[in-house]
Design a protein around this ligand. Structure first.
Ligand code: ACO
Length: 309
């Protein structure tokens, strides 16, 4: 049984924090942030909104899009590094909020690659025929682990949630190939150090600028296609320069790549499903397109899929 994405949804908080707003709290400027990262603004959740609240709203949206009821779900996977609590999981919290009475539920910890890990895990359950409808959510409230006095990191991150329903699809459609990987020796470059995110930006950049293009090419080739056959690329929305490296390696034009990093910054596990949901709804991803999703993140981890929409 082929597995594919049969519904998408997302939620971002209303509050916009611009680069100009950040100029008032740390020694930075709009020009630096734009040219080094491509970020113009990000969304930040209020005190009263936690990761599970955003995950719930994105999930509800995806269920509606797939035309399914919560009771139809067999499994809920939530990728997050900012759960409300270490347990119960965010997945269990939204299982209850949604009323998904027939679903198993667990969180996945693979940082910014978490959504990719979730999608590929879901694919295995569908392919074996064990489960039919699986909800995969990437949700983060990174603002609660951001040191707002550290200009090296606070300009990069944002809050939000994206969701996808993975289910059986017809022959030739859905996920065609995947790649997952990890390198724990690089864990020291990107971590939560006590309270806050701590990052060696240059090392993460070097890793990402090598890994994202490589993984993108691998999944396209594994699926039996050429790089130029890719109709749409959704790279993890961390930094426009890293994303451009993946796009250039595939040799596809600028319009064929998601760039929501501009509006939302890096939302870790939520970045790929938010971009996916937006770009399906605004018509950038069309029926039968060859789509590549590719992520990298703390761990270090990475993951990619090629799929026929
Ligand atoms: N405003 C102004 N200046 C700044 C800022 C800022 N916000 N942040 C750093 N600088 C300064 C630095 O202090 C440095 O000054 P110095 O030379 O006097 O020490 C200077 O800018 C240049 O720093 P570089 O590290 O050379 O800048 P670079 O071009 O590498 O860009 C960046 C930095 C944007 C962080 C880049 O390295 C990057 O994107 N790395 C990857 C980060 C990433 O993607 N992280 C998320 C991973 S996903 C996840 O799991 C959450």
């Amino acid at each position: 049984m082929n597995a594919g994405i049969i519904g998408t949804g997302h939620y971002v908080p209303d509050k916009i924090v611009t680069n100009a707003d950040l100029e008032k709290i740390v020694d930075t400027n709009d020009e630096w942030i734009r040219t080094r990262t491509g970020i113009e603004e990000r969304r930040i959740a209020d005190e009263s909104i936690n990761t599970s609240d955003m995950a719930f709203l994105a999930a509800k949206n995806a269920l509606e899009d797939a035309n399914l009821n919560a009771e139809d779900l067999d499994l809920i996977l939530v990728a997050t590094v900012t759960p409300d609590t270490s347990f119960p999981s965010v997945a269990c919290m939204i299982q209850d909020q949604l009323g998904a009475t027939n679903a198993a539920a667990m969180d996945i910890s693979a940082a910014c690659s978490g959504f990719m890990y979730g999608v590929i895990t879901a694919q295995q359950f569908i392919q074996t025929g064990a489960y039919k409808n699986i909800l995969v959510v990437g949700a983060e409230k990174l603002s609660k682990v951001t040191d707002w006095s550290d200009r090296n990191t606070c300009v990069l991150f944002g809050d939000g949630a994206g969701a996808a329903i993975i289910g059986p699809v017809s022959e030739g459609k859905g996920i065609l190939s995947f790649e997952l990987g990890s390198d724990g020796s690089g864990g020291k470059y990107l971590l939560q150090d006590k309270e806050y995110i701590s990052m060696n930006g240059r090392e993460v950049f070097k890793f990402a600028v090598r890994q994202m293009p490589e993984s993108s090419v691998h999944v396209v080739e594994k699926a039996g296609y050429n790089r130029e056959d890719v109709d749409y690329l959704i790279p993890h929305q961390a930094n426009i320069r890293i994303m451009e490296a993946a796009r250039e390696r595939l040799g596809i034009s600028k319009e064929k790549m998601a760039t929501s990093v501009k509006k939302y910054g890096n939302t870790s596990a939520a970045s790929i499903p938010i971009a996916l949901s937006e770009d399906v709804k605004n018509g950038k991803i069309k029926d039968n397109d060859l789509v590549v999703l590719v992520g990298f993140g703390g761990g270090l981890t990475w993951g990619a899929v090629a799929l026929r929409w």
